[in-house]
Ligand binder design. Structure first.
Ligand code: ADP
Ligand code: MG
Length: 335
């Protein structure tokens, strides 16, 4: 088993994911038999420690949302184990998963599609309390008003409907809904990707403040490295259903090892001075993501990798640490 314990004791682990796979069957022919599988998540292992933010980055289609949904048990894993606070939750029945739901919440990418437009803000925010607790009407209302103020919404807006709000405000509603139940882990699935750049920073800062105030642990999904830079402690880079590199944030930005990570870094527009000082390796990524139905043999990135050599098409590189235990990479350049 890959050792992903990164200088911390097991008691600090909130989430532990072992060799998770999620394959979607592809049906074909008149008999609708399974003719192939789409390997959305293909053998992913990592840990998340209490209070930290693990960023998960990769271009669209790399399996990030599927991974988040499997961890929350909104989807059943095809293989692998998920431990939450030491309890194995990967094989629980949906009925048994319910008690874990209050400890694990998700904020979705689309602030428009993810909120029921027929419900008022108060109903939306109070819903988790209604489902998960026995709080009275008055108590629910008080908790909702309190959390609305924490996320920067006006309590007076309680009776309005989602369409009356901007994208940024809607995402604040989603965040309030996720936090009202006092979760330990929040899976943030591209929570700012649909927002204007000017609003993104506000929502990210809010999420950071809320994390400190409520001792939250975040799994923070994004499709580019600029968004997760400030919020993450460690970052995992996903490509075609696999983690190709995982490292503490500084190590990843200053010393990216995987050619894919280097390519992602090269594609961030340079705006802040912090970045301009640093000489970037310009390995731009070209071409499209291969199909997860027929992924390349050996290294999944080899078809787009400027540094691919013969071994890359034959042998799948394992996630290993060439330098120290905290920085793992799956690439034959380092083995
Ligand atoms: P990301 O969030 O990184 O963009 P996704 O997890 O949404 O990636 O998707 C990974 C792959 O799995 C994609 O090829 C996508 O088309 C496929 N996929 C996602 N959900 C399903 C599903 N319910 N059924 C079949 N294929 C799916
Ligand atoms: Mg996604």
């Amino acid at each position: 088993m890959t050792n992903l314990v990164q200088n911390k004791g097991t008691e600090d682990k909130l989430l532990d994911v072992h060799h998770i796979k999620k394959y979607f069957p592809i049906k074909g022919g008149i008999l609708k038999r399974t003719v192939a599988h789409l390997k959305a998540v293909d053998d992913v292992s990592f840990s998340v420690f209490k209070g930290e933010t693990l960023g998960i980055v990769g271009e669209s289609g790399s399996g990030k949302s599927t991974l988040g949904r499997v961890i929350l048990r909104l989807l059943d894993p095809t293989e692998g184990e998920i431990y939450f606070n030491g309890d194995e939750i990967s094989k629980l029945k949906q009925r048994q998963v319910r008690s874990y739901r209050r400890d694990m919440q998700m904020v979705f990418q689309d602030p428009f599609g993810s909120l029921n437009s027929k419900m008022s803000v108060a109903e939306l925010i109070e819903e988790p309390l209604l489902v998960q607790t026995n709080l009275s009407r008055q108590e629910r209302k008080e908790r909702a008003i309190k959390i609305m103020e924490k996320v920067g919404l006006r309590a007076d807006d309680r009776l309005k409907y989602p369409h009356e709000f901007s994208g940024g405000q809607r995402q604040r509603i989603s965040i309030a809904r996720a936090l009202i139940i006092n979760p330990q882990l929040v899976i943030c699935d591209e929570p700012v990707s649909a927002l204007d750049v000017s609003i993104q920073a506000q929502v990210l800062n809010l999420m950071k403040d809320l994390q400190d105030e409520f001792s939250l642990t975040y799994l923070f999904i994004a499709h580019d490295l600029s968004v997760v830079k400030h919020i993450s402690d460690r970052i995992a880079v996903m490509y075609l259903g696999r983690i190709v590199e995982i490292a503490p944030k500084r190590a990843l930005y200053d010393n990216a090892l995987h050619p894919y990570t280097q390519g992602l870094l090269a594609s961030i527009p340079i705006i802040d001075t912090d970045d301009t000082k640093q000489e970037r390796k310009k390995t731009r990524i070209t071409g499209d993501l291969p199909s997860p139905v027929n992924p390349p043999t050996g290294c999944p990135f080899r078809t787009r990798c400027p540094l691919a050599h013969e071994r890359c098409s034959v042998e799948r590189p394992e996630l290993k640490s060439p330098e120290n235990d905290e920085h793992l990479v799956a690439c034959h350049l380092y083995t």
